[in-house]
Design a protein around this ligand. Structure first.
Ligand code: PLP
Length: 399
């Protein structure tokens, strides 16, 4: 276990003073760079005014302002926000919203639909809808009822739509949770907006609530503010975390439409969504999020996003030709390449790659035989080149 003592911009400094380029933005959170001066200043100001207060019966300006700013940039049909304190709770709340929405309306819809190989977090609801069984094996007997469909491709979309149409006749599916366009934990597996849109359209016409898990894809990573901005059919519920607070504080937000909200709005207590965490809407997290939103919408960051996108495109053209690279893919600033090798024969490849990258001053976390880059928008061209060079060197020498 390596001790990290300091971070600035795209650089992590370890306990021995060695520097590493954080090429995955510490799990896609610190997208404006570590210890960003603007964000630090805003949080420090907030810290001296109101640090933490119960968010039950009370409200506060940072939460109100953040709600207003988020609603402005979220897909147009999103009207209400529910605060929690991490990505798993953001999806957990989304799942509970979808199930209770139908419960409150008296619908008998108890089944959730999810993508194979999805990842939505580590709490029980989130685990249930996640498809990577290595994480969830011991708990399988305790999970809620979930059915899975494959992520769409040009080849399987016809079959998916046919089978879904048949399945939907039972009118028992409450909601569909999906990572739009990019499935992060499934090694940055990508699908097209067009095919996803067909699935969402079919489900929407059958009153299945659409829960977009944008915990990873949110806040500019796909080239637009949200992955759902690329897709015509808008979600009923959106889950947000990770880059929401620019990598400074943990927080989760689950947004929903007026229609979803209205199913809970009642004088009958039992209709309410009873879910609250002690640090819900923590003022410092709200201040960090507000500062992050300001940066995201700044001309400079938008320029940086375009810069990183075209830089990755140029690298892609080059590395694609390498004989050991099977395929490349890119969505916004998310870049991934698959190595053309048998995983069994190279069982410890992931560790060897990881160690090689670290020895060369770059922090990357390969998944299986996939190497992906998801660096901050503010990573410099020089740093990006170092990341590309070390990947090339690894593909040449380690594989
Ligand atoms: C990281 C992630 C989560 C879980 O967030 P945590 O804050 O780690 O609980 C959920 N969904 C997606 C898509 C994620 O990438």
């Amino acid at each position: 276990m390596l001790g990290i003592v300091r971070a600035k911009g795209a650089i992590l400094y370890d306990e021995h003073g060695v520097e590493y380029i954080d090429a995955i933005a510490s799990w896609y959170t610190s997208m404006y760079g570590h210890c960003n001066e603007y964000i630090l200043e805003k949080v420090q100001l907030q810290m001296a005014v109101l640090d933490q207060v119960v968010f039950s019966g009370f409200t506060h300006e940072p939460a109100i302002k953040l709600s207003e700013e988020l609603i402005k940039i979220l897909p147009f049909n999103q009207e209400k926000l529910f605060f929690s304190d991490n990505g798993s709770t953001a999806t957990e709340v989304g799942i509970k919203m979808a199930l209770q929405y139908h419960f409150n309306l008296g619908n008998k819809r108890k089944v959730l639909l999810a993508f194979e190989e999805g990842f939505h977090g580590d709490t029980f609801g989130a685990m249930s809808v996640s498809g990577l069984s290595v994480y969830n094996g011991p708990f399988e007997d305790y999970l809620i009822e979930v059915e899975r469909i494959p992520a769409p491709t040009k080849d399987n979309i016809g079959d998916i739509l046919r089978q879904l149409s048949e399945r939907l006749k039972q009118n028992d599916i409450a909601g569909f949770i999906y990572e739009p366009l990019v499935q992060g934990a499934a090694a940055m597996k990508m699908h097209d907006a067009e095919e996803l849109n067909m699935i969402l359209d079919l489900l929407k016409r059958h009153q299945v609530l659409l829960i977009a898990d944008e915990v990873m894809t949110g806040f500019g990573k796909t080239g637009k503010n949200f992955a759902s901005d690329h897709i015509l059919v808008k979600p009923d519920i959106i889950c947000l975390s990770k880059a929401l607070t620019a990598g400074l504080m943990p927080m989760g937000v689950t947004s929903c439409t007026q229609q979803v909200f209205d199913a809970f709005y009642s004088n009958d207590m039992a209709k309410g969504l009873f879910h609250g965490h002690t640090y819900t809407a923590n003022p410092l997290a709200c201040a960090a999020a507000l500062a992050g939103l300001k940066l995201l919408q700044s001309e400079q960051i938008q320029k940086d996003i375009r810069r990183v996108i075209s830089s990755h495109q140029a690298f892609g053209v080059k590395i694609k030709r390498h004989p050991r690279v099977a395929s490349i893919r890119q969505c916004g600033i998310i870049f991934a390449l698959d190595l053309d090798i048998e995983m069994e024969r190279y069982g410890n490849l992931r560790d060897r790659l990881f160690n090689f990258f670290m020895e060369h001053g770059v922090f990357l976390r390969p998944l299986g035989n996939t190497i992906y880059i998801l660096a901050s928008y503010t990573i410099t061209d020089v740093q990006l080149k170092q990341v590309y060079d070390v990947i090339e060197l690894a593909v040449d020498t380690v594989v």
